[in-house]
Ligand binder design. Structure first.
Ligand code: NDP
Length: 240
């Protein structure tokens, strides 16, 4: 049975991806910081789900926890680098530096930590799949997108460069670039818990759902191993 590790598993896309992959027959390790949320999800998903309380920005913790995984959740064949966030998104000249730092540490450094730790094992076995959650914000400029968009541009280019290093090996890398998605905590996090401001973003928009993303991931991981989707841009019809 294939084993997947999904970061950002306590809500939104990550939670939906864990549910879908478990339904597809995979064993799934779900990573996030909030233990209570992970435990609730674990209670629903059963013994094929391993909740792992971990802050992806902490390199030493990532290394030691992954080295101590129970045997039945090794080796990791599928890595879904999904943990990420946008904060503030004011114009650059009004931005809070701490917001910038948190986005860089989570969206870039965290993703790099997991990849650096897990990729060598995939190469050794010549088998694996890495799916990164980028964003259309990494390809198109928009007001206030400054550091968030740049962090997702990193994810896009890192994915492309990984593919180059892995040329000819049976290890696939896909960058998923969603547009406006609702039903996640993304907007609440962005506005530092201001629910009214968060809801305003989705008014009147038939947005993409976490299940749409989970179904996409499920399709990708179940394609034949000679077949790689380099990137996939997913937009609601209401967004150009
Ligand atoms: P959510 O806020 O619902 O989920 C984010 C997840 O990341 C949470 O489970 C959170 O868990 C986890 N996380 C955040 N920081 C850390 C950390 N330091 N260590 C471990 N886990 C962490 O957002 P979405 O599901 O909407 O977003 C998922 C991904 O998709 C992100 O990378 C986002 O940038 C990207 N994306 C989202 C879009 C959208 O419109 N929603 C559009 C395009 C891309 P916890 O707090 O428990 O640690």
């Amino acid at each position: 049975m294939n084993i997947a590790l999904v970061t950002g598993a306590s809500s939104g896309f990550g939670q939906a991806i864990c549910c879908k992959l478990i339904a597809d027959g995979y064993k799934v390790i779900g990573v996030a910081r909030r233990t209570d949320k992970l435990q609730k999800i674990s209670d629903e998903l059963g013994s094929n789900f391993l909740p792992l309380s971990l802050d992806v920005t902490k390199k030493d913790a990532v290394e030691s926890i992954l080295l101590q995984l129970p045997k039945e959740f090794q080796p990791i064949d599928i890595l879904i680098n999904n943990a990420g966030l946008a904060l503030g998104l004011e114009p650059a000249y009004q931005a809070d530096y701490n917001d910038w730092e948190t986005m860089i540490e989570t969206n870039i450094i965290g993703l790099v930590h997991l990849t650096h730790q897990i990729l060598p094992g995939m190469v050794e076995r010549n088998f694996g799949y890495i799916i990164n959650l980028g964003s259309v914000a990494g390809s198109y400029a928009y007001k206030g997108g400054n550091v968030y968009g740049a962090s997702k541009a990193f994810v896009k280019q890192f994915s492309a460069n990984l593919r180059t290093d892995l040329l000819g090996k049976k290890i696939r890398v896909t960058n998923i670039e969603p547009g406006l998605c609702g039903g996640t905590e993304f907007s609440n996090v962005r506005f530092h818990g201001n629910n009214e401001q968060a809801a305003e973003v989705y008014k009147g928009v038939d947005y993409i759902t976490p299940e749409d993303i989970a179904n996409t991931v499920s399709w990708l991981v179940n394609t034949p191993t000679h077949f790689n989707v380099n990137s996939i841009e997913i937009m609601p019809v209401a967004q150009a």
